[in-house]
Write a protein that binds this ligand. Structure first.
Ligand SMILES: [Zn+2]
Ligand SMILES: [Zn+2]
Length: 216
């Protein structure tokens, strides 16, 4: 057993040379120049973003707390209409923004402080102050070998938390160079982590389409 392990290690080691499964270049897929090129990967990114939202609509029930102290539990309908800072609406009428971030680390190693790029700053603030916006923060990991995305964690920032300036559990600032926002969570413990099943989907088909485009 020991010998077998050693042999296979040596073989692997000697023949070792990363080959990108997107462009066949000698690099890992994660450092692929084509994968970093928006002209190629915009479609793949949009697919991932939409699919994450669809999965949230499919698996997450409205976590808002009613005045009687009970969780709403209503169905979240994903809008997919490019409304700024409004991605989903519950049967109870509350509105949600969904922000996601790729962190390919085990769930237990998610850092305490998190930051997300947000949508239009003025719209986001307006919706929080005037329309009762809630935000769902989604952490997902990308498996480049299996071509799957797994949603590991979802945090809920209620409208009450978003409006509470004293505790600053979520800090939204305007970015310097444009009208977009930057959202910081100094400590994730101040948000409610929702209990979710394993949510996983494949982007293999979209990857194959991209690969065919790159290699034609
Ligand atoms: Zn490559
Ligand atoms: Zn609801």
């Amino acid at each position: 057993m020991y010998l077998m392990t050693t042999t296979s290690y040596v073989t692997t080691h000697l023949s070792y040379m990363p080959i990108c499964d997107l462009c066949n270049g000698n690099h890992y897929a994660r450092s692929c120049p084509i994968e970093k090129d928006k002209n190629y990967t915009q479609g793949l990114k949009e697919f991932g973003g939409h699919e994450i939202e669809n999965k949230i609509g499919q698996y997450i029930k409205c976590p808002a707390i009613e005045s009687n102290g009970k969780v709403c539990g209503g169905t979240l309908t994903i809008l997919n209409d490019n409304s700024p800072s409004k991605d989903a609406v519950c049967t109870c009428g509350r509105i949600f923004e969904i922000k996601s971030k790729a962190l390919s680390i085990p769930k237990g190693r998610i850092p305490d402080n998190l930051a997300f790029y947000g949508g239009l700053y003025d719209e986001t603030v307006h919706r929080i102050e005037k329309e009762g916006l809630h935000i769902l923060f989604v952490i997902y990991s990308i498996n480049r070998i299996d071509k799957t995305i797994t949603i590991s964690t979802v945090y809920h920032a209620s409208n009450r938390i978003l409006r509470n300036e004293k505790y600053q559990s979520v800090i939204i600032t305007k970015r310097k160079d444009n009208n977009l926002s930057y959202i910081e969570i100094p400590n994730k413990i101040n948000l409610k982590e929702l209990s979710i099943p394993e949510i996983k989907f494949s982007f293999k088909t979209q990857f194959e389409i991209l690969k065919a485009m790159v290699n034609k």
